[in-house]
Design a protein around this ligand. Structure first.
Ligand code: C2E
Ligand code: MG
Ligand code: MG
Ligand code: MG
Length: 276
């Protein structure tokens, strides 16, 4: 009996796997088409300086305008793109699209703050990453300090020495660097000391519990102090309430991003000021 049940379980499990595999196979084909037909769409989320409340950055967040499924958030395709290595050509397409957009805003005499782009480890670890990104920016005539590259701790975990060398080369070339989702990975403070960062982004999971969990508040306070002593700006992600905003401001956090201040929106919904 136990054996029979075991066999059934196995079949169900096996069938489940097959369905998932077929699903991701179709999605992978769709994703290849998406790149070719340029179905990716960029949304932008504003970042604000807490001292003077000025717009101090825009984070690029990709979406996929799927012909059948509608507008898909990155949570539904980035993992697959990473597994299939499609993230590399996709990442280059996103960088090109961001350049096109920056150029268009500049031509409209709009003030463009630094634009932050999420870079997957696979893309950043490509041997010619620096050369390739330099070439694209040069082609559009965009300065490197206009770009902030957001990386995660998982990049450092994969190949620490190489990753750190790449980051130093990028920083020396003039790119801004931010460590995204800070606090959710496993990189040691010892390693942080060696990273040439402009900014630390405190993960949403800490911001969320401000006013609810004193431990999260203690962690945030500590990260802000750490940023100050290492001379790295600190931005808190996922600010949704006035109480969170007030806490972060009182603690001396440099900047914030979150639904309370602005959701990720397509370019025509953004309000950028004109160059005076
Ligand atoms: P992330 O880089 O940490 O981006 C922040 C995510 O938090 C975004 O989700 C954003 O919409 C969401 N968010 C912003 N403010 C709030 C808030 O107040 N409350 C809550 N609950 N959420 C907030 P999104 O756009 O779904 O992106 C998810 C993740 O997908 C990103 O996390 C990033 O890791 C990845 N991603 C997005 N765009 C790209 C891209 O162009 N390339 C790569 N490689 N990854 C990307
Ligand atoms: Mg990010
Ligand atoms: Mg983040
Ligand atoms: Mg996050």
């Amino acid at each position: 009996r136990a054996k029979a049940r075991g066999k059934n379980c196995y079949e169900i499990y096996d069938q489940g796997l097959t369905t998932a595999a077929v699903h991701s196979f179709h999605l992978e084909q769709d994703l290849r088409v998406a790149l070719k037909e340029r179905q990716l769409v960029l949304h932008f989320q504003p970042q604000f300086n807490l001292k003077d409340t000025h717009l101090c950055g825009l984070e690029v967040l990709v979406r996929w305008q799927h012909p059948v499924k509608g507008l898909l958030p990155p949570g539904q395709f980035i993992d697959l793109a990473e597994e299939t290595n499609l993230i590399v050509p996709m990442g280059w397409q996103i960088i090109e699209m961001a350049c096109e957009q920056i150029l268009m805003w500049q031509e409209m005499q709009l003030m463009v703050p630094p634009v932050a782009i999420n870079i997957s480890p696979q893309q950043l670890l490509e041997a010619d990453f620096l050369e390739h990104i330099n070439e694209i920016l040069a082609r559009y005539g965009i300065t490197r300090s206009q770009f902030e590259l957001e990386i995660t701790e998982s990049l450092i975990m994969q190949d620490p020495d190489y990753a750190i060398a790449q980051l130093h080369a990028l920083r020396e070339a003039g790119y801004r660097l931010a460590l995204d989702d800070f606090g959710t990975g496993y990189s040691s403070l010892n390693r942080l000391k060696h990273l040439p960062l402009d900014r630390l982004k405190i993960d949403y999971s800490f911001t969320r519990d401000i006013g609810k969990n004193p431990r999260d508040e203690a962690i945030i306070t500590t990260v802000i102090a750490l940023g100050k002593s290492l001379n790295i700006e600190v931005l808190a992600e996922g600010v949704e309430t006035q109480a969170q905003y007030d806490f972060l401001r009182a603690q001396g956090c440099d900047s914030v991003q979150g639904f309370m201040l602005g959701r990720p929106v397509p370019r025509h919904e953004l309000e950028l000021s004109r160059i005076a």
